[in-house]
Write a protein that binds this ligand. Sequence first.
Ligand code: 3H9
Length: 692
Amino acid sequence: MSASYEVKGNVAVITLNNPPVNGLGHATRSGIFDGLKKAMADTAVKAVVITGAGKAFSGGADIKEFNSPKATAEPTLHTVIAALEGAEKPVVAAVHSVAMGGGLELALGCHYRVASPGAQIALPEVKLGILPGAGGTQRLPRVVGVETALNMIVSGTPAPSEKLAGTRLFDQMIEGDLMAGALAFAAKIADTRPLPKVRDIKIDYPNHEAFFQFARNTVGAMAKNFPAPKKCVDCVAASVSMKFEDGLKFEREAFLALVQTSESKALRHFFFGERAASKIPDVPEDTAKRPIKSAAIIGAGTMGGGIAMNFANAGIPVIVLEMKQEALDKGLATIRKNYENTMKKGKLTQQKFDERVNLIKGTMSYDDIKDADIVIEAVFEEMGVKETVFKKLDEVMKPGAILASNTSTLDLNKIAAFTKRPQDVIGTHFFSPANVMKLLEIVRGAKTGKDVLATTMALSKKIKKTGVVSGVCDGFIGNRMVEQYSRQAGFLLEEGCLSEQVDKAIEKIGFAMGPFRMGDLAGNDIGWAIRKRRYAERPNMKYSKTADLLCEMGRYGQKTGAGWYDYKPGDRKPYPSQLVNDMIVKHSKDIGVERRKVSDQEIVERLVYALVNEAAYLLEEGIAQKASDVDMVYLTGYGFPLHRGGPMFYADTVGLLNVVSAMEKYARGRHGEFWKPAPLLAKLAAEGKTFN
Ligand code: 3H9
């Protein structure tokens, strides 16, 4: 039983005890149900207090149980809530720390609720692609009002308990000892009859249809790939227009339909994948971490400045080092401007602006950074430059400082070898714009210390990044995969596509941007430089020459006003370019390829399966630890559509056997070698298994 029972005076106390967040799994639900029965049977008990042990009242239904028989095993959450609400003795919920989802719904089923200030109150189900399915959409509007409830349910955002103190959600706020306060409250109301029930509260909300239609349109536009937000609106609307029992039934049906959707499964995969990413098999959670109270960044360019902002945002002082005064001034001015823009949008107060700007200092002297707990190098991506920087850092930094490189492709082990302390060297690969993008690839060198890895992992959480560990290889997880994706995109042009068709096909399935629009944004010259290196290093690896021809035309992308597309001054909208299209068609002719009509399905399969196959190699080689890590990289750093759950989850959803059959079909085309399934993919497909 994951709930304990004790009697204090004439009050029974049921304490949910299912660490870490008192999820309402089957055992916990049974514990509450049995405790309640005991309390009802004991004539000495006059009232019941229900609370949670540890760091939560309850984080809600146990998500791990979804789509398993335990989720629907009796007593279900509905049964438990009905029992609480129908109890003939008063039941008081004593809420603290976290009351979310089913946890809040449980509290809403109690006759009374008392709370500590600072508790996070939320119905966050929408973030998992579902909706509150245990009465939340029907009861919350009755206590906090329709509009507040709708906002909370559609956004899933937590509100602090004190903000809701004036509503019927809480009967009393308790400063100090919550249990003592709850027991005193229970004693006070022990004899009150009839017992108040949220379901009995009448909702008076005239002219609601127009309001709900507006809400439906708004959420429909904002979350077009997800069915849940619209259903949330429908359920709250039902709380106004239907009788309580009918509303509950309506909500239940919507919940059961949503929990089966691939969108919800993808969001739940993301929830657990993000948390799983921080778990490293040979680095236990209790590994001692080094304190990070200050940071230094080498380089005040776009990357260095963006990285510095992350530290300031987390309240950590940071010094940015540059070689020239002009570059330093420019970098610091850009940071200031970024914060000013955020303030103008109303997302930052003047006080926070001042705090953050004051936390970032500039210097041209290594002497000023020597005491920093971590230093991150964000200088030019060239081994010689890295060598100079790391030798210098080895010379000046205090013992125990973490020496991090923001390299996106270079060999971290080589970089570490420039120092006499390779155990302190690690890769922190940020993505541009570094103050916005969630992904942080944490590159573990052969000699990186476990404490350094654990510290950097914890730091990624502190600066609100999704940290994913990668081993050392060219391009790490994300860029190594994207290279294969780009190669396929190039081959598609040779075989019959134009850039626009490829971009549109992949954007239609939800990608933020197709490969060619992405190239224009990032700068086509970057890929060109990498390919030139590849032509020398790997002469057998084939690439389409179209991208090289484009660069030879000086079309580097948005920054030159022309790339795969044409651009107008001050306008980022891509316009198809006749010149480029002619170049593509001519190139096919030059290499003797007869152009054909390529279907959108083929485009999507070839691009996505190119990612999947490379990722299977990464898993085999141990560069990526688990398939969900690959998905986290693509969801948080590469614009892979969230509702598809990442490339590996997508492949699992399609079925690995189907993926392999499609690859066999493409292998009969021009690039047989490319489509050879990685041994891991072939094995899993043959065994009928999945990556995740
Ligand atoms: C629901 O309630 C449906 C009902 O309406 C209807 C039912 C019929 N279940 O985030 P953390 C685990 S849907 C299972 O790092 P924090 C989490 O995986 C639910 N496990 O901690 C992690 O495990 P591990 C609606 C859960 O302190 C550990 O707890 N509720 C659940 O930063 C620590 O998590 C939500 O959507 C769960 N419900 O934040 C709330 N919640 O250690 C989702 C957490 O093995 N949860 N875990 O990696 C959260 O937002 C945060 O976890 C919370 C704590 C704020 C609670």
